[in-house]
Structure formats: structure tokens, C-alpha cells
Design a protein around this ligand. Structure first.
Ligand SMILES: [Zn+2]
Length: 431
């Protein structure tokens, strides 16, 4: 009887509802990922792996099992739009050369589990420092239920030109190593690399359109790939219905990538007014990854420390101003922390969301960068990123109101993925 009642409430067919009795999550407040205001006196009913209804608390059936989330704000699980779970050292290119793919997979799994326990229920991998396909193997073992972990999507490798941001540029020419990125030169190699990426499970293509800040020996102000190579990348990926994410710092690289048809711009450090216009016109998503540079600024942890500090100590305020302008113009901004895996404190990933407030986004807009807008970038808006009937029950609860303090996002008290409780503080009680 109860099951029928909830099917009616949710407007979903019972056939879609997995086994398991319905559970009502009863928080103090609710952020659904799309509304502009926080809601009070609402409960979320979960059955099996899905949300089946969002109802006023007073309308809950008296005999439903309740999980009281007293003092907590319930919201969608966080989506991290830019991560490298296998990168486990600050000098990541040396770490790449000394760690096998299997070792990286073991550390990467632990890193991803740390992310999940800190509220990141979905992670987009933006290429990783790995010769093989460790993230795809991790994703497989999570899907098969062998290991706990977030939902994973993304690219196995970042495609780089010879001498580009994915190449190891500090060894003598006599030395032969397999670089951290996937080195391709010319349209034929781009095409072959994309086919191989997709064959082994990449559902995004990541391409280093310009040089990078944390790699040695290349220049982020230079455009790496030719227009032909870029066009080939988007054309080939599009034939397989796989989107392209473009790492781009230099203005010319950003604008060329948008015009070529990539789905997201990563970093976009030197975006100009034309970039903003183009992103609005083409519906391109923008993943700035600001906090990683703050994290390393003024440290001596990076092999390419000077390049990082040039931006984050001198240009950061101007960059934030441009990000705010892009947001106001309607560019869809997504949170991506770009911090890497095992060597990170998992609380650090959410600091990217808080930095958006410095760029002029409201706290609610900043939260949407890691929920509904991020889901739209993944084309997963019918699966995750908001709280509504029919979506997967990926939910977190925070000890207070994140709209008055975004740092609460760093350490949720409660994490649920697909209806399964991953983490629960002692304060939450089941009646
Ligand atoms: Zn990155």
C-alpha cells in the first residue's frame, strides 16, 4: 500500500523503483540545486537508489521510516568537474615516472573514496598521469560493486603535443620515457588517440590546447595544437558522441577551442570579452579551477613553481573579475578542483566552490556550479545534480546553512550515494 502511495506521489512507475522500503530524510533545510532559495519543512523520500518524492514534512505518511537530519541542510551530492585521482605527488611528473599504473590505481581509489566521504558523489576525470587506463578500471570495479566510490566519468589521458603540457620536457634527448600525457602530433595521431581513448572507456576527450602552468618546459601562453588538429579532435569525438574538454590558458587557444566546438573550457585563465561572448553563443561550459593555484601559491612544492606564482600572486584578482563578468553574461560555470588525489586533504576540494563567491557569484550560484550546472555539463541532469523525483539519491547534509558559510561544504555530516548511506554523523537518528 505504501509503495503504491509513493509511486503516485512521485509520478514514477513502480517498475523503476528498486527494492527497499521508502525512507524519508527529514532535514532542517533543503537546497535542491536549482531553486534560488533554501526551503524549510520539506522531506525527501528515497526508495531503492532513487529519490521518489519531495514533500512538505507535514504530509509524510505517519508510518514511514524517518531519518532525522536535525540541524542539517540537505542538498544534492557534489559533482567535481575536473580531477586527476591518480596524481599523488606535488611534483606529479616525477611521481608519474616512478609509479606503475596499478600503484596509481590503488592510491587513486583511496583518493576517490576520500572524495566520496566528503560529499563528492560524481567526479569527472580530466585525463590523468597514467600510461594505461587505471581510472576506467576503478570505475568498472565501482560499477560492479567491488569497491565503494563516486560515479566516474571523463578522459583516461590528456592529449598533448610533443613538448606540450603533457610531455616530460626536462630529460635529456637521450632518455626515452612514456610521458604523463598522451603525446600526439598531426591529425592522424589525434584521430587514432581518440579512437583508443574511447575504445578503453573514456567518455570525454581531454586535449591540452595550450601549454600548462604546473608542467615543466612549456608555455601556457602558447597555443599547442594547430587549428586542423583541434578540428579533427572535435570531429572525431563527435562522431562517437563523446564531448571534448579543452585545457586552455592563452586567449587565442580559448577562443579557437570554443569555435572548434569543445563542450568545456578548462582553466580559461586569460579569457577576454570575446571568449565570454563565444562561450555564451556556443553554450560552452567553463571550469576555471582557481583554488589549485591558491593552494600552491608561494610554496616550493612544484617543479614549475614560478609559472604558478606568476598567475596566482599577480593576476588572480583580474582573473576573478573576468570570471564574475562571464557569470553575469550567462556563461555556465562549473566547479573543478584540479588538486589531484592521494596527497590531498579531501576537505580541500570544496574550496573551489567558495572561491567563486570572491568572483562575485552568490553562494547559491556557487553551489550550483557543483550541482545542477555541473550535471548539465555532463548531460547527466536526469540522473544527478538536483533533488527531484526520479533522480538518483545522491545526497549530502551539512551541519548548518552553507549559504552563510560555504566552508561547510568541505566536510558533510551525511553522505548518500544511490540510496546507500556512505557516511553519517552520530547526530542523525533513524526512528
Ligand atoms: Zn587538470
Amino acid at each position: 500500500m505504501l509503495r503504491q502511495l509513493f509511486a503516485v506521489i512521485a509520478g514514477v512507475l513502480m517498475a523503476q523503483v528498486a527494492v527497499g522500503e521508502p525512507l524519508a530524510l527529514v532535514p532542517d533545510a533543503l537546497i535542491d540545486g536549482v531553486s534560488d532559495t533554501l526551503q524549510r519543512d520539506h522531506a525527501v523520500i528515497v526508495e531503492g537508489e532513487r529519490i521518489v518524492a519531495v514533500v512538505p514534512t507535514g504530509d509524510l505518511p505517519v508510518d514511514i521510516e524517518r531519518l532525522e537530519l536535525s540541524g542539517l541542510t540537505l542538498m544534492p551530492g557534489l559533482i567535481n568537474g575536473h580531477e586527476h585521482p591518480l596524481i599523488y605527488g606535488d611534483d606529479y611528473q616525477n611521481a608519474h615516472l616512478s609509479g606503475s599504473s596499478a600503484y596509481k590505481a590503488l592510491l587513486g581509489l583511496a583518493a576517490l573514496q576520500g572524495m566520496l566521504h566528503h560529499g563528492w558523489t560524481t567526479v569527472r576525470v580530466m585525463g590523468d598521469a597514467d600510461v594505461f587506463f587505471a581510472n576506467q578500471d576503478i570505475a568498472r570495479s565501482i560499477r560492479e560493486g567491488v569497491h565503494e566510490g563516486p560515479r566516474l566519468t571523463g578522459a583516461a589521458h590528456y592529449l598533448s603535443i610533443t613538448g606540450g603540457g603533457g610531455d616530460v620536457n626536462y630529460l635529456s634527448p637521450e632518455q626515452s620515457v612514456v610521458s604523463d600525457g598522451y603525446i600526439v602530433d598531426g591529425s592522424d595521431e589525434v584521430r587514432r588517440a581518440i579512437r583508443r581513448e574511447i575504445k578503453y572507456g573514456s567518455d570525454w576527450i581531454k586535449i591540452l590546447v595550450t601549454g600548462a602552468f604546473h608542467s615543466v618546459g612549456d608555455n601556457p601562453m602558447n597555443v599547442a595544437f594547430s587549428p586542423d588538429e583541434l578540428a579533427e579532435a572535435v570531429a572525431e569525438a563527435s562522431r562517437h558522441n563523446v564531448p571534448v574538454a579543452a585545457h586552455a590558458h592563452a586567449t587565442a587557444g580559448i577562443n579557437q577551442a570554443i569555435l572548434a566546438g569543445v563542450r568545456s573550457i578548462e582553466h580559461g585563465t586569460y579569457l577576454d570579452d570575446r571568449s565570454i561572448e563565444l562561450m555564451v553563443e556556443h553554450g560552452t561550459f567553463y571550469v576555471p579551477t582557481i583554488y589549485v593555484g591558491d593552494f600552491y601559491a608561494g610554496s616550493d612544492l612544484l617543479l614549475a613553481q614560478d609559472k604558478n606564482d606568476d598567475v596566482y600572486l599577480d593576476y588572480r584578482d583580474e582573473w576573478l573579475r573576468r570570471i564574475g563578468k562571464a557569470h553575469r553574461a550567462g556563461v555556465k560555470i562549473v566547479a573543478g578542483s584540479d588538486l589531484g588525489g592521494y596527497n590531498m586533504d579531501p576537505r580541500a576540494y570544496a574550496r573551489e566552490i567558495a572561491v567563486f563567491e570572491e568572483a562575485g557569484l552568490s553562494p547559491m550560484a556557487a553551489i550550483k556550479t557543483a550541482t545542477s550546472v555541473a550535471a548539465e555539463m555532463l548531460s547527466w541532469q536526469d540522473r544527478v545534480g538536483t533533488i527531484r523525483a526520479g533522480l538518483l539519491a545522491d545526497l549530502i547534509a551539512l551541519p548548518g546553512n552553507p549559504l552563510s558559510d560555504l566552508s561547510l561544504l568541505e566536510n558533510p555530516s551525511f553522505v548518500m550515494k544511490g540510496g546507500a548511506v556512505i557516511r553519517q554523523s552520530p547526530a542523525a537518528d533513524t526512528e
